[in-house]
Write a protein that binds this ligand. Structure first.
Ligand code: HAM
Length: 453
């Protein structure tokens, strides 16, 4: 007797931790946001710049800073087959600044306004709103020191959320410049030294290397100490103070709601002067703010990560990467977090085009003819769908029903012989046979009539 061989099913692969699939049903949000970002970029004169996902690891170490969460803990760094030390980009600004230098963009009329929309990679603890691959849209203005461009960047950020009817509030701070920050850092260092024993291990390590980063700490024991720490705003030099005041004036003129928030120090070393984050308006009212982490270190009452976006001035970055001294300012928003907000607030985006007609066929001749007819219907601008790979009529009609089309065209053996086609009105089930050569015009006529009804 022949024994049945048992086939063991192979273990199915699963998503890598912290990664997400963007399924077809979610794509309309992504299409909508890509269109919106392109439209806003065009309105405000930003050109798109796409940099690769892979850069020299050192670009981020130097650009973002060695003692930052991103570089110390979160960067996907690796050595490739050729022995090069590379990294998946954890953010977009350093690569963009590299491209600005590499392509001699300082020779263009300044400022240069650029934007991007793409994935970033951070090996962080995954949770709702925090993924290891996440997408950002970013807007950057390089080559201008005047605070008016800080206001323009904040305006663009604000417009994105405002155009979606998503109430947001901009949280702003100034972290000074290399001239005045050392005084503040000394003061801060003295203060933290006094509380050293109560600080977390991580913050004690940062106290030696970069005391400002302690303000980014997510550790519980650090929070009360951070709350009473001296604030940068009291240590700003005259230039930084004037820059900050002018920015407020511009924002007031534009009617952009903002709040001064001394804890917005951000998690990347390239910032100086203006720093800001975009919060939902409710967060401003309700949320317990944790000091900590990634620039979006805000958590809402459910403990989810939820800063919608963040940015600031980075006047030293281009020079740090080997370019000429080039003042710059920009921001980036998280796409997944924005889509989550849109869903939560029930913000509608256009549905994908729904088919109005279904083309069904029965028999090999009909199937061939349907293949060509489908193209004619499409060329006539009709929203038509099909199931040409199926041969049973029942399954095709069920499919037509599911898609809620208005009319189904049925091409069977009899119709082929007669040179006709059947049009079935899906609302009342009435079927009518028409001349095959007139089908496009007949369908159009019926659709127009049904749309007028
Ligand atoms: P960032 O604040 O680190 O800034 O990231 C920008 C935004 O990306 C955050 O506010 C958040 O919405 C989203 N985001 C960050 N990490 C994650 C994550 N793991 N999962 C989901 N969403 C995330 C920057 O990256 C700077 N390059 C922004 C900038 C541009 N500054 C000047 N120009």
């Amino acid at each position: 007797m022949q024994q049945k061989k048992e086939v063991k099913k192979k273990k199915a692969f699963q998503l890598v931790k912290g990664m997400r699939d963007i399924l077809p049903e979610e794509q309309r949000y992504w299409d909508f946001l890509r269109d919106l970002i392109n439209k806003i970029a065009k309105t405000y004169g930003f050109s798109r710049l796409d940099t690769p996902l892979v850069e020299a690891a050192d670009l981020f170490v130097r650009g973002i800073g060695q003692v930052t969460d991103i570089v110390e803990k979160e960067m996907y760094a690796f050595v490739d087959q050729g022995g090069d030390h590379l990294a998946l980009r954890p953010e977009g600004t350093a690569g963009l600044a590299r491209a600005y230098v590499e392509h001699g963009m300082h020779n263009l009329p300044q400022p240069v306004k650029l934007f991007y929309f793409g994935p970033m990679f951070r090996h962080d603890k995954p949770q709702t709103g925090r993924y290891r691959q996440h997408w950002q849209f970013g807007f950057e203005i390089l080559g201008e020191a005047d605070p008016i461009v800080d206001a323009q960047v904040i305006l663009v950020a604000y417009k994105i959320y405002q155009s979606l009817n998503l109430p947001v509030n901009i949280q702003i701070n100034s972290i000074g410049c290399p001239g005045c920050r050392p005084d503040y850092e000394n003061e801060l260092k003295d203060y933290f030294k006094k509380h050293k024993n109560r600080l977390s291990e991580l913050s004690q390590h940062r106290l030696l290397k970069n005391p400002l980063r302690i303000l980014d700490s997510k550790e519980k024991e650090d929070l009360p100490i951070i709350a009473d720490a001296p604030q940068q705003i009291d240590f700003l030099c005259e230039d930084c103070r004037n820059h900050f005041m002018l920015l407020f004036e511009y924002l007031d003129d534009l009617g952009i709601p903002y709040a001064l928030n001394p804890t917005i120090v951000r998690g990347l070393d390239y910032y100086g002067r203006t720093t800001f984050e975009i919060w939902t308006a409710e967060e401003e009212e309700n949320s317990p703010r944790e000091a900590g982490g990634e620039a979006g270190r805000l958590t809402d009452s459910a403990g989810r990560q939820s800063a919608l976006g963040g940015g600031g001035r980075y006047d030293g970055l281009v020079e740090l990467l080997g370019g000429n001294p080039t003042p710059a300012v920009g921001f980036a928003g998280g796409v997944e977090r924005l889509i989550a907000q849109m869903k939560e607030k029930d913000i509608k985006v256009p549905e994908r085009e729904k088919p109005e007609i279904f083309l069904a066929q029965l028999g090999s001749e009909a199937r061939k003819k349907a293949l060509v007819l489908f193209e004619e219907l499409k060329e006539a601008g009709l929203a038509v769908s099909e199931n040409l790979s199926k041969s049973g009529l029942k399954v095709q009609l069920e499919n037509a029903d599911k898609q809620k089309v208005k009319f189904t065209l049925i091409l069977g053996q009899k119709e082929i012989v007669d040179g006709t086609i059947m049009i079935r009105d899906m609302e009342n089930g009435i079927q009518e046979v028409v001349d095959f050569t007139k089908v496009v015009a007949e369908v159009k006529k019926r659709l127009e009539k049904s749309n007028v009804k």
